[in-house]
Structures are given as structure tokens and as C-alpha cells.
Design a protein around this ligand. Sequence first.
Ligand code: NDP
Length: 458
Amino acid sequence: MIIVQNYIAGSFETEIETIDDIGPATGEKIAKIPRTLDANASISAAKEAKKDWANRTIEERAQWLGKIADAIEQRKSELAKVESLDTGKPIEVALNVDIDRCIKNFRFFSEYHTHISENEYRMDDATNFILRKPMGVVALITPWNLPLYLLTWKLAPALLMGNTVVAKPSELTPLSAHALCQILEDIQFPKGVVNMVHGFGHEVGQSIIEHPDIDAISFTGGTQTGRIVASIAAPMFKKLSLELGGKNSSIILDDADLSIAIPGVVRAGFLNSGQICLCGSRILVHASIYDEFMKEFIPQVNNFSIGPVISENHMQKVLSYIELAKEEGGEILTGGEQSGENGFFIPPTVITGLEPDSRCSTEEIFGPVVTIHTFQSDEEAIAIANNTDYGLAGSVWSKQRGMAVAEKIESGMIWVNTWLHRDLRVPFGGVKDSGLGREGGRWSLEFFSQPINICVMD
Ligand code: NDP
């Protein structure tokens, strides 16, 4: 049994009450985590540590990011095991997607600080100097689907820009965040700069958001929770980045190269059991190639190996959407029921026959379930893709018209003839109900700092 502790001011601490952490592959208890009720101690620690950390040079902070990347790299198989145990994802996915990206997050931002540009604006008689100051103490709130990947995506730029941090991982997946704190301790990372508190979102999560000493909040999670966070942060004028849910379309035009489109769309639908905000869970296929597409698509779906979904509750939610799909007139072509005796497994599920504006086709299910729809023209595909409240991502598969269609999709990110091909310099984030603000590259550096202008007369 693993015992997870809070990490506050460089020391590991327990709470009297605990929460059980259940492994989704077995349904068995794998760890106990603290049920922290308030974040006061961690916020005080971060506030104290800010005095030193904010005053170090950006080069020194960048060197620390490099050291963290090295330390994660040395322990990557151990971290992948922990992430796989906690999320149920196959160990090679944990290693090659999650932990690999954690290392890249730290390395990327450690090298990227030299890209802060436009620091001086010359006038006839004066010069404006733009300084980038840290925000102060920042809150990082992250979900369970890519636990360490998403935490480090925020942590690296926050640290680089001189902030100190209070982070709260999802209580469903606390293990890799705890392991990261052990790594920070081992490399003697300055105490109090990173503070990790565990517990429920509506308890300790909300107490972080509400605290007056939190200067900025970077939140990744569901749209409903994002609304709560925004309603608390807005009247307190806290800087806010919201990376929220999605319902993304994969659009296969009539000129698509199906030899790349079909495996691409299968991967987009089912990687991480469909539990990635960027997953393409609505598959729009041109009617003229539908039969040819489906003939190859279904066998490839059946061959795609996935892990369980994250929890019993989440499995019931996904299964209830499959039931709803049947009520809405859908036909289940493959999958559709819980599988296995232990754990929370649902095989890749493909549904046809639903109206594109049905609930199952427009609401986020966040599991291994895709709906298939046909269209007759590019305009119709674009209209279907845009007919959701979300606007996070999507993909278009076409030899000739990918760019033309991509430009008309209302979403923050679109891939053409690929999916989840990431360049960490580019903006990441959604439009409509998928969020507010952007992270990635200079957008992250801007979010985690505030520009100050000093105008000096000649
Ligand atoms: P939730 O919104 O339920 O939770 C996200 C985090 O917020 C968790 O740490 C949660 O803690 C915490 N939280 C919950 N309530 C509050 C509160 N009142 N105040 C402060 N914090 C709170 O999302 P899930 O964990 O279920 O993650 C899945 C969602 O995340 C999906 O909608 C998915 O699309 C979205 N997502 C978006 C991404 C993006 O980049 N746009 C990337 C990945 C996921 P606890 O777990 O303890 O409740």
C-alpha cells in the first residue's frame, strides 16, 4: 500500500483523514492519500519561498528545470509504472506518452527562456523597457487523464518565470505527483517553491482557488468545474487560464488517403481509452467513401488495445451514454458493454445511426466511444463539426482540401492528416466552452508573468 503525503515547505506531511486510491485495472485499493481540507499552510510556504525564488535569475531557474528533467529521465521506468498503476493505461503508453512528455516539458521550457522577445521600444527621446515579473503564488489544478504530463506542462513555465506553486492533482491519480515531489526532495530543489496538496477538488481545490494570496490559477478539467473556478476567481481579479472539455470531430473528406486516415482516426478516437480532451469522438465520413472506410475501420478498432477507464463512477457514466445512444436510435457496431471481471474496462465502442445533434454526438463522453456520421459536402461537414458547445480540437483528412476546411472549424487546434502531433512552441487551448486563454511556448511564459513597462527619458 502506497502512502501519499502532502509536500509543504519541503517536508512530507500526513493528514488525519485519508481517501482511498483505487487502481482502475483491478478495482483494488492501491494507495491512501491525505484528505486535506484547506491549503493555508501550503500557500504560506509558497509565499515565503517566493522572496528567494522570484529574485533568482531566469538562467538559474532554467538550470533547475534541466536538473528536474535529468532526474525524471533517470527514474522514468519507475514513474511510468506508478502512472500506469494509477490510471490503468498500458505501461508503454505511460512511458512513451506521459513520462516522455514530462521530460520534454521541463527540457523545452529550460531552453525556451531565451525566446522572450520585444524587451525594448525606442522613442525619439526615451526608451521603454519591458520587464516580465512573476505573478507570485500560482495554483495548478489538474485532472486524472494525463496526470504528470499536464501537471508538468504548467509547472515548468510557472517555475521558469519565477513563481512559486501550490498544486493539487486529481484525487483519483495522485501517485506520480507524489513521486515528483520525492524527486524534488532528492535533488535538493529549493524548499517551498513547489507545494503539493492532495484531497478532493471541492474541498482543498476550492480552498486554493478562494485564497487571497493565490495570484493566478491554471486549471485543466471539465467545463462545469471551470465555471465554478471562473466564478470564484473573476471577482478577485485572479489571472486565469482554463483548459476545459471538448467534443472533437475527425473529418474524412472524399479525397482522403484512407491508408493514413483510418489508423489516424482510430488512434484519435481511442488512445488513452478516449480519455484525452483532444480525442476525436465524432467521426464524420463523406458518404461516397463510407462503405470503404467502415470495412477497414471496424477491424482496426477491434485490434486497438486500450486500458480501463479511470473509475467505477466514470465507467457508469460512459455506459449510461451508450444506453442513451440506443434510446436516441443509435446502433452499436462494436463494443458497448463492460468487459472483464475486475477493473473498469469498456472495449472500443462504435455507434452509428445517431443524428449529429443528438446528445451522444454533442456532449463530452470522455471514454472509448465514438459516433459515426456521414456528410455530402465540405460545407455540411463543417456545419456538423461546429454544432457543439465545445471548440477544442479536431482533425481533417484530405489530400487537397484539408487546410481550407480546417480554417472554418471553430476550435483552438486542428490537425490535417495527423493527430496529436505537438510542437511545444504553439498555442494550446480552446474556444467556446472549451476554455479561456492559451498555454504553450510564449503563451505559457506570458500567462505565468506580468509585463511591467519602465519608460526612461534620454
Ligand atoms: P474535473 O473538472 O472534475 O477536475 C479537474 C480538477 O479540478 C481535479 O483536480 C479536481 O479535483 C479539481 N476540482 C474539482 N472541483 C473543484 C473546485 N470546486 N475547485 C477547485 N478544484 C476543483 O475534471 P476531471 O478530473 O474529471 O477531468 C476530465 C475533464 O478534464 C474532461 O472534461 C476533459 O476534457 C478535461 N481536460 C481538458 C484538457 C484541456 O487541455 N483542455 C486536458 C485534459 C482534460 P478532484 O479530482 O478531487 O475532484
